[in-house]
Design a protein around this ligand. Sequence first.
Ligand code: FAQ
Length: 318
Amino acid sequence: MKTSADEQELERRFQQRIEDEQKIEPKDWMPAAYRKNLIRQISQHAHSEVIGMQPEGNFLTRAPSLRRKAVLLSKIQDEAGHGLYLYSAAETLGTPRSELIAALQAGEAKYASIFNYPTQTWGDVGAIGWLVDGAAIVNQISLQRTSYGPYARGMVRICKEESFHQRQGYEIMIALAHGSAEQREMAQDSLNRFYWPALMMFGPHDRESAHSARSMQWKIKRETNDDLRQKFIDQTVPQIAFLGLEHPDSGIRWNEERQHYDHGEIDWNEFYAVINGNGHCNRQRMEHHIRAHEEGAWVRDAIAAHREKRGGRKQQVA
Ligand code: FAQ
């Protein structure tokens, strides 16, 4: 049996490996709290990718051309793939996907707040690719260096695909911004509605962030919520200017001393309302997920039966 002195020594060595920038792999010893925090973050990340298919999926039948439809379809399929890499990474920590999905459907696990906003126009599809995938990449580039090996490696592949998504969204915005007066208006309206929720994707301010201090110490997170948000704000200013659109934040100002843009404050009441289940689409997103999951039960049963028939272990398929 391990004594507390043994445990302390294991923790000391674990932290040393983190300091030495060595990746932690599934079979390595890790503190229970590190494992728990990672399962929480990776599974919420996976849920975001999967729930994130819904707002864009809403426009598949209304894409303005066959080319746009094919591109959007494959982008949404990529998001499903990202969800699968991430569920697999979470499973290496010992929690089966069925449990993670049950926690999502029971409202015990979160997914990114942004996906509780409705897609009302084609401009919103452009804004999602540009701003939502854009914000996701800023975060995920940093997560490529996260301390847990399977998560870090998953991020490398996801970032490559996500940067293509960002460009397809921006290309939609360029077409609209250079189109008719009505299209320009649509682009501006989508920017106005998605800009602030995109900033909320980075989470609460560092001083309010429950998990940041430990996640930074364990190098699960490599940059803080506010630092990543600032990067996104800085990179978005010239992109808005290039489109010739008006910046939705009237407080945006270049600060020569900080070498960053100063900006207005996020409506944190809105953020907390959305993550606590009271956004525009929380109920709809979850009902849709549960319905699709139930309708897919026969596929999972068939896979399990096929495995069993071929002499494999009888196991539930998530
Ligand atoms: N939404 O202590 P912190 C994508 C929760 S992928 C909802 O700061 P942490 C691709 C947080 O979970 C987008 N909940 O938490 C795509 C915690 O609650 P808990 C997803 C949020 O984990 C594009 C509580 O607040 N990306 O978009 C949010 O240290 C287009 C306290 O917060 C990732 O998930 C939020 N915005 O930092 C797909 C990246 N912010 O668990 C389709 C990985 C915070 O105690 C279409 N995740 N909360 O109940 C992360 O980097 C981190 O988890 C943060 C939050 C930065 C999101």
